[in-house]
Ligand binder design. Structure first.
Ligand SMILES: [Zn+2]
Length: 357
């Protein structure tokens, strides 16, 4: 839900050079494709123009299936689940639902699946709890903290009015979560289908994002932490205006490179399975570092958040992209501040101006 296509930066040949895609085609919704022993690739549609699908994984686990991620709550997704579970997955029961992170395209149908099969949701603690917090915003009015955050970024009245009108949308895309879950901890080995899968946690895109690495199969389920053709959204939100998710994101990418070997088959949540993990990690890191340099250069003259969008986005930022563009821009600005390369000053109207040091 919070990804965006950034072809301007990441579809460039340089950023994706050297990656290979071993599968000629993706499964259609309702279908399944074997990508490794006991590992099935599923796809569900997403109702976005830029990002129209999510990949999910079904792992053979004894008599049933462990599912990894669930799709967004829509009637389409429910119908495709029925189809794939009774068809290609052979009508065997779902014994466990694992979610890589809390975004609605990943956790949206977790409550529906776990109730249907009377099984548990497994997730890291911050993903489960953060999802419950965000779902609880549905039905509330936009809080003053949120309005202050976007007003300080330089938003005009119509943009603030649209934020108010759309506040709480997250919960509409998530089926009622289970009221308890099984916590997954970084470094833990989960036994799935008789094989150990190592929990590798990253931060920055979401607070405690889970990847699963199976050394025996040479497979990494990477979630949104490593995508081959898109850069995952790394954003600051009004609940934590001083957060520095970009530094966390960069540290996480480096850490994955140390913990997971280069020769794995990477199973990402968007685009297609690929090989070339370390090359992709290096390209993602250097892409952000280059954007940080450009961001600092543009701050030779003081700028507001809405004045720096062109550093990150080649396309004009429309109303539908404003939250995401603001969040990503603040993430880069906060990272520069933490590195003592920029400062932020509020003017009399409460608008923040950034300048390089
Ligand atoms: Zn995500």
């Amino acid at each position: 839900m919070r990804e965006t296509l950034r072809e301007a930066v990441d579809d460039s040949p340089a950023a994706t050079a050297g990656l290979t895609y071993p599968f000629a085609s993706a499964p259609k919704p309702g279908d399944a494709l074997s990508v490794a022993p006991g590992v099935m690739w599923l796809r569900m549609p997403l109702p976005f123009t830029g990002l129209n699908h999510i990949n999910l994984w079904a792992l053979e686990d004894g008599a049933g299936w462990t599912l990894v991620d669930t799709g967004m709550q829509t009637t389409d997704t429910a119908a495709h689940w029925q189809q794939v579970l009774t068809g290609p997955l052979g009508g065997r029961p779902v014994t466990r639902v694992i979610c890589t992170h809390m975004h609605p395209d990943h956790m949206g149908m977790a409550g529906w699946l776990t109730r249907q099969y009377d099984c548990r949701l497994w997730a890291t603690r911050l993903e489960y709890l953060t999802c419950r917090v965000l779902v609880a915003d549905t039905g509330r009015e936009a809080p003053p903290d949120g309005l202050r955050f976007y007003q300080s970024a330089g938003w005009d009245e119509p943009a603030l009015a649209s934020y108010k009108a759309r506040f709480g949308g997250f919960g509409k895309a998530v089926y009622a979560l289970p009221d308890s879950y099984r916590r997954i901890v970084d470094g833990e080995d989960l036994a799935i289908g008789g094989r150990p899968w190592r929990a590798v946690v990253g931060r920055g895109h979401s607070p405690e994002h889970l990847c699963l690495y199976c050394a025996e199969l040479g497979v990494l389920i990477s979630g949104d932490q490593v995508l081959p053709r898109i850069t995952s959204n790394v954003s600051v939100f009004p609940t934590e205006p001083e957060a520095n998710p970009l530094e966390e994101w960069l540290e996480s990418l480096a850490s994955i490179g140390e913990r997971v070997p280069d020769d794995v088959l990477v199973l990402p949540s968007h685009n297609e399975p690929f090989r070339g993990l370390h090359r992709r990690l290096a390209a993602l890191i250097s892409g952000h570092e280059q954007r940080l340099v450009r961001m600092q250069e543009t701050l030779a003259k003081p700028k507001r958040v809405i004045d720096v969008f062109d550093v990150l986005f080649r396309r004009r930022v429309g109303a539908d992209m404003l939250i995401m563009a603001t969040g990503e821009s603040v993430a880069h600005l906060n990272c520069l501040i933490a590195r003592q390369l920029a400062v932020r000053e509020l003017d009399a109207a409460g608008v923040a101006w950034y300048r390089r040091t």
